[in-house]
Design a protein around this ligand. Sequence first.
Ligand SMILES: *Cc1c(COP(=O)(O)O)cnc(C)c1O
Length: 389
Amino acid sequence: MTRRRPVYLDHQATTPLDPRVLEAMLPWLTGDFGNAASRQHAFGWVAESAVSAAREEIAAVLGAQPAEIVFTSGATESNNLAILGAARAARGRGDHVVTSAVEHRSVLDPCRQLAAEGFEVTVLAPDETGRIAVEAVDAALKERTILVTLMAAQNEIGTLNPLAEIGALCASRGVLFHTDAAQALGKVPFDVRSGVALASLSAHKLYGPKGIGALWVRARPRVAVAPLVFGGGHERGLRSGTLNVPGIAGFGAAVRLALRERDVEAVRLAALRDRLDGAIRAALDGVTLNGHRVERLPGNLSLSFAGVDGESLISALRSLAVSSGSACTTASAEPSHVLRALGIPDALAKATIRFGLGRFTTVAEIDFAASEIVAAVRRLRSEKASLSA
Ligand SMILES: *Cc1c(COP(=O)(O)O)cnc(C)c1O
């Protein structure tokens, strides 16, 4: 089969814009182009009304209040604002922060920055499924701990953390709990009333536009956050800068659609994922699942293929847009820090494929993907066997 473009199975990296989201954005990119901070005329008022509507929609899915939503450029910025902002604001009370080895770079790097500023950072190891046990968090807490930051859903292996338990623990110990919910929002139930103090969100992981996200900052009990961006005092002084009205309108629409379709879509995606997993395992030995068997995102499948070279595997899969187990951000092709933290040997980590299924993924695409990967692994293994014969 020849295809002009590879089959897109990388929905944990980003998702396509849903056409209904684009529809909701268009007026704010064209005629209604006003600045939501313009109080003197109707262009500003209608823009502000679009922002308010989206703020209400996003707050509602979280079980939060609209005034608790701070719009940002995405989860990277939200993670930076939450971690640097909350830790710096709480410095008088303590200087210890807890995170984990499987967090996104946009959590690990701000934590590293805090360490450079004199904070002590504890990096927890996950269990073999990628989960952070509440007991591990409990054991790490100290008198001086001010912040725990752990993700809701892992972007490489899909593992879900026991948020409610960790939230309850942090609440009982008077420690702020931040969670990076970029992968969880709209995919699995996620409610900030589970003991969370700060939550990072991103629109482009749920069929919204890129470059827009939010940080939810709990109002009661109030969470102090020191801003990173200063200027016009937008977003209650927490994030200055003219609001991205089309992006915000799109984010609101994306959240509304995702919530409405979430449970039905989760069942469909899990069935497609199991079909892919089943077809691959029926045809190949030496395939291991990374992550948790049950507590995981429905649209994620991370598999490691023993006995094949990772780089050869990726180059053999040109017809599939998938992600490999190496950090492609660096030329050195180091295995991902997440797979390393799970204790997966480097060679096997490099021979790992993350399949990310999404809203527009079809059965035909899944069957095609399965046959491509099976053929590629078989060919690479037989080449290797004949080389060593
Ligand atoms: C994508 C992602 C981010 C970064 O989000 P942006 O909006 O692209 O900055 C952060 N954390 C996780 C878990 C992600 O999947």
